[in-house]
Ligand binder design. Sequence first.
Ligand SMILES: Cc1cc2nc3c(=O)[nH]c(=O)nc-3n(C[C@H](O)[C@H](O)[C@H](O)COP(=O)(O)O)c2cc1C
Length: 166
Amino acid sequence: MKKVRVKYLEFMWPLRHFLITCGDKAQPNIIAVSFCMPLSKKDPFVACAIGKKMYSYELIEKTKEFIINVPPASLKPKVYYCGYHSGREVDKFRETGLTPKPGHKVSAPFIEECVAHMECKVKQEIDVGEKTLFIAEIIDAYADEDIAENKRELKYSLGKFPRKNA
Ligand SMILES: Cc1cc2nc3c(=O)[nH]c(=O)nc-3n(C[C@H](O)[C@H](O)[C@H](O)COP(=O)(O)O)c2cc1C
């Protein structure tokens, strides 16, 4: 019988790390997120949990838009920088040297050095304690050519949805 009570999160790793960009050209920001997942293979919805005290939360509340950027493994130190510093105190684009490029359909910029981007519009918000769960629709998604054409593999991802009999 399984009797030992455990901290549940330890059993749900590994989680992917993403960089969410939010705000607009005048006031852009980057936040590292792990509590972020697709909700269906068919319908383009994602769920991302963002702390209510975060500067990014404030910006997303204002615009109801954000971009999920997929960092390659080489950006790990910059992902951690964005996860340990607040945009209230520092300009994370300037400090990391990451390049903001105008989003195609949302006000937030995307990060040039990331390999794929999902532009999202918030559809619903759910209170989950210290965080708000943003349910968002992906209205545009694009990637570097060599990733999109499967010529280069993301080190930490098979990049494919698992098959039934795989
Ligand atoms: C790897 C990693 C994953 C993180 N995942 C989340 C997350 O899913 N949601 C969240 O609210 N904060 C997450 N954080 C913490 C925020 O990135 C961090 O508090 C950040 O400084 C907030 O920045 P902001 O105030 O500019 O929005 C994560 C941090 C790291 C390092």
